[in-house]
Each structure stands twice: as C-alpha cells, then as structure tokens.
Write a protein that binds this ligand. Structure first.
Ligand code: TEU
Ligand code: CA
Length: 558
C-alpha cells in the first residue's frame, strides 16, 4: 500500500449545531469550534469533520443545502470559517467538510429555476419524470418514508427525492451539473480545506428505467435501495470526480457507503480507489429492521464481533476503513454495544479501546470521549429529527402504542447523538447561555468535560492516553500498518485481536461478559501498554484473568 499523509491521523466528528454556542442563540457556531480547538488538540485529534454548515433551510439539519458557497448565518460568517481554517492549520489540524451532492435543498436556486421552467435547462439538473398510468414513475419508498416521487404542480411530471421531499436528487447524468459540482468542490479545496466526508454517495447512480420492484411494506412501496444496488457503473462517476477534484489536492476523503458489493473494496479504498477511506457500517447495519426502527434488532455479541472482524480482514492489505462506534445518524455507541451491566466507566473505556485500536482511521464522535449517552425524551415533540418523527409515526401505524413507539425512538433516534455537548455543570451543560435548540441530556451533572478533565481516572483522560498510545513513536506504526489478527474467538464474550508488524506484536483483549474469563497467553515476555483497570503488569505464568469489562493492551517482547 502507498503511504499517505492521513494514515496516522485521528479524526473527530463535530455536529456543529450541538457543539458549542458562543452567542446565546441556542445553536452551536463556528466561533464555538474555534474556542475548542485546543481541547481537541489535547485529546490528540488531527482531522476534524464538521457536519454541514452551508446555507440551508435545515429540514434535515443542513443535509439540505440551498447554497454550496455560503455559510449558514446561524453558524457564523465565511470570515469566521477562514479563521477556523487558519487556526486549525496553526495547530497542525485539518478541517474536513461534509459534501452533500446526491441532493440539494428545494430552496436551492437550481431547483427553483427548474420548477419555474419544468422543460428548461435546470430541470435537467434533477430527475423530472412523467408518471406511468396515472401513477408515479415507480414504487420506491424514500429513506424518510413515503414515495420518492413528488408531483410537480401544473405538469404531468414528478421529481425524485431519495430522502425528504425538500431534498431533490441531483442528476449525475447531466455533464453541466457535474461540472458545477466539481467547480464547487475545488473552490473549497482552494480555500485550504483538507478534504470531505461524502454523504450518501451510493445514491447518485440510478437505473434510468426506474423499474418497479416487489412491494415490501404495508405502504404499497418498496425500498429504493433495490434499484440502487442493481445499478452498476457508479465507479466511473466516482473516478471522474476524484480526477477532477480531490486528486489534484491530495485531499482526504471519507465516504458514507452503504450497499457496496464485497468484492469492490479495492475499487473504493485501494491505492487507486475512489476515496481515501469509507466508514465501516457493518455493526450499525446489524440493527436494521425489515420495516424500520420499530422492528430493529438489538446487537448480539457474536454477530457484532464477527461483523467487525470480517470487515477488518476484508480490507487488510488493500486499504483502511474509518472505524466508528457512533455518528450523528446513530444512537450512542455505548448504549448500543454495551450490555446493561457494562454501562459504566470501565465498559465505556473498554469499547473505546476496541474501536480506536482497530486497523483503520479512528473517528470519534463528539461526546464519545466523555461517555455521553442516549437521551430520554418525554414525548415526540421533544424530538427534532425528521427521520425520528417519520419512524415514530410508522411505528404507531404498525400498531405500537405511544409508549412503545417512544421506546423505539429512545433506542434508535438520531437525536440521541445530537443533544448538546456536555461541557460543564453550568446551565445547559455549558453549551449555551440561551435556549438550546434540542434538549440537554439531564445527566450532564454527572457526565461533562469539566468534571473529567481534572480526574485522572475519567473516561476523557483514558481516551487521551488511548489516542496517545495509538500515535506513539514506538507503537504507532504497528497500530497503523500492522495486520489485524483475530484472537480467542472460542472465548464467549471476549473481543480480542493482535496487531502485528515485523517483529512487533500487540494484543488487545477485552471481556464484554459478566463473569471473569481466563485467557492463556503465549509464553514470550510481555508488558502492559494500557489498562482500563489500573493493571500495571501481568500475573506470573501465562494465565490472564480478565474481569468483567476489563480491557488490556499487551506488548509481546521479542
Ligand atoms: O445519511 C444517509 C443514510 O443513508 C442514512 O444514514 C440515513 O440517515 C438513515 O438511514 C436514516 O435514519 C446521510 C446523512 O448522514 C444523514 O444525516 C442525512 O439525513 C442523509 O444522508 C441525507 O442527506
Ligand atoms: Ca450560536
């Protein structure tokens, strides 16, 4: 594998609306990010991905962009963004923006022009299609529920939206549209951006016949993913984008890729792949229900471990995955992957260790480093997320009671990860002096940065140590380039792997079970590099007994 500048980097995702509000309007802002750069530097972060901050009506929290060239007023100004770029650079940190180019906002000037002239030039930027026999062009369900086709007033046509109806899909078969997008990407890279996180990118390739598929729900529709999965040829589009943009700047790109065929890993993240890296969603995908959140499945340890281990093994020698336990679309990782008995400081540190030391680029989501948890909302009005509302109503429609539907949201809602960052014990967790746009998790009195920063045993301090071990001069290379080799697979509830490079071998072993577990270690001399339970050395002999929720990182000495 070719060496790249971003191979040794640690990334952090900021959800700007909920990160840090400096002017009291209840919404996080760019100034708030600038204020916290030193905090992130201290944590060991190199790359910061900021979820969309472009101008937007915020129907889907900024994933509906109405002007790709301006910053949303609520977040600040272009000058402030440039200041952020400069101040990050001064600290050797890199800023990565969200690139949302499968769709834009219905308020984007292109779409407005298209609507006013449905046979004109701009209609060709979108999918304007005639219906079939009085019905929409096909029977696909959008990701946020309901048909992907929305009638265009005064015409016999419909436009396609894979997500909300306020997010019309852009037509990537139109060379003019592509040129506009490439120009925009380069404009940002010229400013000094290090790269992009690329949103929902698999959706840009469509089957233009829009064939119907068998209905798979009681709404008479079928998931749009079937059409997406059967459309081949996305590779050419992605290569073209890469050559026209990212490649010229040696930019870092991390893609949100669902529905990729397993034999395409090299095409996507190999040396000449479409992207630098892509998120490993294999764990998240295990929870997908057949109809939605109301029939989503809880994580079962063995399938979870196999899913991650298979992803790791599949990419070995080819490229790097971006490893996460959560993001702005998922509930908090500790609430999802840790059983009830492990939802404590030790468990949180254990889960963090097993994720950060995998082979790949670690991405930490804001609040993960202090153990932020899902947030109980009292009623559906307390939620803001468009998809949570949609999932709540479809749960009711499927026959769940109000209470049961709210429970479904508590387990799955995207707002779980979007509640304001908990900085201190002050009002609104120190996030804002005004009225936060989304409820602050009441647990902020126990879980916050201020309380943890001076406590040597805190989750935050542990994350600092974990990241600094991963980046250390002595072991960094093993953690970056070392092979991933599963270990102790026969042990129930043990999540263990080696990282091996040349003569260096490191074991990461965690006990997700409720009882002690004994592992037989190899005979070589060993040293403890990191422990979540203050373990300084290993017992005499070769048996290592791990307590419940214990993780240990062991160096084998040659
Ligand atoms: O997500 C795309 C996606 O396919 C899912 O993660 C989706 O959000 C989920 O199935 C719905 O619960 C991206 C963004 O990460 C997400 O926040 C946006 O809402 C979406 O694209 C549309 O831009
Ligand atoms: Ca603000």
């Amino acid at each position: 594998m070719k060496k790249q500048w971003w191979h040794n980097k640690i990334a952090y995702q900021i959800y700007p609306k909920s990160f840090n509000d400096t002017n009291g309007d209840g919404i996080g802002d760019i100034r708030g990010i600038i204020e916290k750069l030193d905090y992130l530097k201290e944590l060991g972060i190199d790359i910061i991905w900021i979820s969309p901050i472009y101008k937007s009506p915020f129907v889907d929290q900024g994933y509906d962009i109405s002007d790709y060239y301006s910053i949303a007023k609520a977040f600040g100004t272009m000058e402030e963004f440039e200041e952020l770029l400069a101040k990050a650079k001064k600290r050797n940190m890199y800023i990565v923006m969200d690139l949302v180019i499968n769709h834009c906002s219905n308020e984007h000037e292109w779409f407005q022009k298209a609507l006013s002239e449905p046979d004109g030039e701009y209609a060709g930027y979108f999918y304007f299609e005639k219906g079939k026999n009085g019905n929409p062009p096909s029977n696909y369900r959008s990701y946020f529920g309901g048909s992907v086709w929305e009638p265009i007033e005064g015409t016999d046509k419909y436009y396609l939206h894979s997500f909300a109806k306020e997010q019309p899909d852009l037509n990537w078969n139109n060379p003019k549209l592509k040129k506009e997008l490439f120009k925009m990407i380069n404009w940002w890279l010229d400013k000094g951006l290090a790269g992009f996180r690329i949103d929902a990118i698999m959706n840009i390739k469509k089957n233009l016949d829009f064939p119907d598929y068998q209905v798979d729900g009681n709404d008479g529709l079928t998931s749009i993913t079937k059409m997406i999965e059967e459309s081949s040829g996305i590779g050419d589009m992605l290569q073209e984008m890469k050559h026209e943009t990212f490649e010229k700047y040696d930019a870092f790109t991390v893609a949100e890729v669902f529905n990729m065929r397993e034999d395409e890993v090299e095409d996507f993240i190999g040396d000449d792949g479409h992207f630098s890296t892509m998120f490993d969603f294999s764990a998240h995908s295990l929870t997908f229900g057949e109809h939605g959140w109301y029939d989503s499945k809880p994580i079962e340890f063995n399938s979870w471990r196999s899913a991650i281990f298979e992803s790791q093994t599949r990419c070995q020698g080819i490229g790097f995955l971006a490893n996460i336990i959560e993001n702005h679309d998922e509930p908090r990782g500790i609430c999802r992957y840790l059983p009830e008995y492990a939802l404590n400081d030790a468990g949180v540190k254990m889960l963090g260790t097993t994720s950060v030391l995998l082979r790949g680029i670690p991405f930490i989501y804001q609040g993960q480093e202090i153990g932020m948890r899902n947030c109980h909302m009292q009623n559906i009005e307390e939620y803001n997320d468009i998809d949570t509302k949609n999932q709540y109503y479809s749960a009711l429609k499927a026959g769940l009671s109000n209470e049961e539907a709210l429970d479904v949201c508590y387990v799955n809602s995207r707002d779980n990860a979007r509640t304001p960052m908990q900085w201190s014990m002050e009002k609104n967790a120190g996030f804002s002096e005004g009225n936060p746009w989304l409820k602050v998790n009441p647990n902020y009195l126990q879980i916050n940065v201020e309380a943890q920063i001076n406590d040597e045993n805190s989750i935050l301090k542990y994350y600092q140590k974990l990241i600094s071990l991963r980046k250390s001069e002595e072991y960094g290379e093993v953690f970056i380039y070392g092979d991933f080799c599963p270990a102790y697979l026969d042990k129930d509830k043990v999540y263990a792997f080696y990282r091996k490079l040349n003569d260096k071998k490191i074991l990461v072993a965690a006990n997700f079970g409720q009882d002690d577990v004994a592992l037989e270690l190899e005979k070589e001399n060993k040293e403890v590099l990191l422990s979540n339970m203050g373990r300084k050395s290993l017992p005499f002999g070769t048996t290592l007994t791990l307590k419940s929720c214990e993780v240990v990182v062991v160096l084998y000495l040659k």
